[in-house]
Design a protein around this ligand. Structure first.
Ligand SMILES: Nc1ncnc2c1ncn2[C@@H]1O[C@H](COP(=O)(O)OP(=O)(O)OP(=O)(O)O)[C@@H](O)[C@H]1O
Ligand SMILES: [Mg+2]
Length: 149
């Protein structure tokens, strides 16, 4: 599973509500100070998939080039790979970000930068399935709250 969404869009909340207990959560945020976090993330995901675990990658994953290495890992492991786009309006993310404290609050330039880079995930990238979670409609994918592209 590959989460896609702005900072504060609700990705980690969605993961906690839907995948706790079934998926190992991998996120570069877990290693804020590590060098080569990207390479480390790839290695960790590859190892987990080789072990037969279900994995969710919880980063902004805004651009196709962010997601392609993850799709490739799933392909190599021979497992399906699903994208979940938490499509929360920028204004809502900005408001939530302003209410966050300490390191959780990201610089505004980061949020605007992610918004500028964000390309909605598509099955053209190799995803088995793409779900969209919209704020206000409840955080459940697969039902009325989400549509599959
Ligand atoms: N469906 C929701 N409705 C209302 N508030 C929500 C919802 N989902 C998350 N929030 C709130 O929004 C804030 C950000 O949520 P969360 O940490 O899940 O975002 P995130 O996408 O993981 O952000 P980041 O990319 O910075 O890790 C939290 O305060 C959370 O409680
Ligand atoms: Mg998060």
């Amino acid at each position: 599973m590959v989460l896609v969404g702005l900072q504060g869009s609700g990705k980690s909340s969605w993961v906690g509500a839907h995948l706790a207990g079934t998926h190992v959560v991998v996120s570069k945020d877990h290693w804020p100070n590590a060098r080569r976090r990207q390479a480390r993330q790839q290695r960790v995901v590859a190892e987990l998939l080789a072990d037969g675990r279900s994995v969710v990658v919880d980063n902004t994953n805004a651009a196709p080039e962010d997601r392609a290495p993850l799709v490739a890992l799933a392909r190599q492991a021979g497992v399906p790979v699903r994208a979940v786009w938490v499509d929360t309006p920028l204004e809502v993310c900005l408001e939530r970000n302003a209410r966050r404290a300490g390191r959780a609050r990201v610089p505004l330039a980061g949020l605007y930068g992610t918004r500028a880079r964000l390309v909605p995930p598509s099955t053209d990238e190799g995803f088995t399935r793409v779900d969209v979670v919209r704020s206000g409609s409840g955080p459940s994918a697969g039902g009325n709250a989400a549509r599959t592209m």
